[in-house]
Design a binder for this molecule. Structure first.
Ligand SMILES: [Zn+2]
Length: 273
């Protein structure tokens, strides 16, 4: 475990060095993103917090780093490590801690001391769909980044907010999830951006989503179809979800999820005021 953890941590530190070198705009460490690890203990499948190590590596050269986490679980370890550090803004969009591990990540967790206002949390109700998720993202993330004016970004792209993840209950499609990646990369345009993986427990989905991230970071266009031999072996016929595959969420649940997201965004804006 020590060797594997040191390897993924070094990967994120290398990614930070690569984007600081100016040679690359983005660097993707698919094995990184272990956001639950604390300074003095492992937690939630995470031994070392590579994200914090990558952020510290960036801070050797730049003044301000923004961390954005779209994993379905709250990015509690990264938040805790920089909760009182005004050089780092942490933003986490996740399924509410009322329903899911680690049980934290509410709008009133906004940072402390000089760092007040640099910890941002958007919790979602179970069965939140693309439209509701993106409405909250648009209401919070661009404005927060504009206010903080970071020099570099670290983004954690857990694949577990996808609807078929067995550990959580959000309903993002591959199309909705990749739309978030597009927005994040656009917000980081002209800045160094470190990209990592994160959680993801349906391995067929993880392979699809992170393949698309890799291509997007490299500026490559991939066809949606997957080579037949690979499909035969892993039963992955295409990269994106088939539209008919996504389960429908009942209207009453959708109303609940939309109202919850809007309430949490309002609470966040009030807490930051
Ligand atoms: Zn997760």
């Amino acid at each position: 475990m020590y060797e594997a953890s040191a390897l993924y941590s070094g990967g994120t530190m290398d990614a930070a060095r690569l984007v600081l070198s100016g040679e690359y705009d983005t660097a993707f460490n698919v094995a990184g993103g272990l956001h639950h690890a604390m300074a003095n203990r492992a937690a939630g499948f995470c031994t070392f917090n590579d994200l914090a190590m990558g952020i510290y590596e960036l801070l050797r050269t730049v003044d301000r780093v923004a961390y954005i986490d779209i994993d379905v679980h709250h990015g509690d370890g990264v938040q805790a490590l920089f909760y009182d550090d005004p050089r780092v803004m942490t933003i986490s969009l996740h399924e509410s801690g009322r329903y899911l591990f680690p049980g934290t990540g509410f709008p009133d967790e906004t940072g402390e001391g000089d760092a007040a206002g640099t910890s941002i949390n958007v919790p979602f109700y179970p069965y939140t769909t693309d439209e509701i998720w993106h409405e909250a993202f648009d209401a919070v993330v661009p404005e927060a980044l504009e206010r903080f004016a970071p020099d570099a970004l670290v983004v954690q792209l857990g694949a577990d907010a996808h609807w078929d993840d067995p550990l959580a209950h959000l309903m993002l499609t591959s199309q909705g999830w990749m739309a978030a990646i597009d927005k994040l990369l656009a917000l980081g345009a002209s800045k160094p951006v470190v990209v990592t993986g994160g959680g993801g427990y349906n391995l067929r989905t993880v392979a699809r989503l992170w393949t698309m991230v890799q291509a997007r970071c490299a500026g490559a266009q991939l066809p949606d179809s997957v080579p037949a031999a690979y499909d035969a072996m892993y039963n992955i016929p295409r990269l994106h979800d088939a539209p008919e595959a996504t389960p429908r969420v009942e209207d009453a649940v959708l109303r609940e999820a939309r109202a919850y997201a809007r309430e949490q965004v309002a609470l966040l804006h009030a807490a930051l005021r």
